[in-house]
Design a protein around this ligand. Structure first.
Ligand code: FES
Length: 160
């Protein structure tokens, strides 16, 4: 079967990264860090290349990716909006914020807008419970959040 263009690119870029590292299993995290940085997530094709190179199973790689929150299995938008649904935020109405961001961007958590600009994540406590409810744009935390605040932030980002 003909290789998909995107898979080929991922394979080539991943192999460039792999060449920098010795074939040692304890390099796995450093390699995954580079892949995450390069693509914004860890594509399946990249996992396959790593598996061949380090001679470890896909299950082992998957286990590491899902253990560390900095690794993701799906692409993110340029602006990733994370809404906290942890208890403190939830009781202060964060569901309304999540509903609003879904309505505005017309995507569900885990999805990216067609232009690649936005993605949405649901998260469970980001350690800012004193500021509940919170949402984040990439690493920036917005506390005591309201639907109006979210609208304002999205309006600004849309115009960037
Ligand atoms: S529950 Fe939202 S920051 Fe802790």
């Amino acid at each position: 079967m003909e290789e998909k263009c995107v898979d080929k690119k991922v394979r080539e870029e991943t192999n460039k990264i792999l060449k920098k590292y010795p074939k040692q299993k304890d390099e796995l995290i450093a390699i995954l860090n580079d892949i995450q940085e390069k693509f914004g997530y860890i594509p399946k094709q990249a996992q396959m290349e790593v598996s061949k190179y380090l001679e470890i199973t896909m299950a082992e790689i998957y286990g590491v990716i899902t253990f560390y929150s900095r690794f993701t299995l799906t692409p993110k938008g340029k602006y990733n909006i994370s809404v906290c649904l942890g208890t403190a935020c939830y009781v202060k109405g964060s569901q309304k914020i999540l509903d609003r961001v879904k309505e505005r961007l017309k995507i569900e958590p885990g999805e990216v807008t067609e232009d690649g600009k936005f993605s949405i994540d649901e998260v469970r406590c980001v350690g800012a419970c004193g500021l509940a409810p919170v949402f984040m744009v990439n690493e920036e935390v917005y506390g005591n959040a309201t639907v109006q605040m979210l609208d304002q932030v999205l309006d600004e980002l849309c115009n960037k």
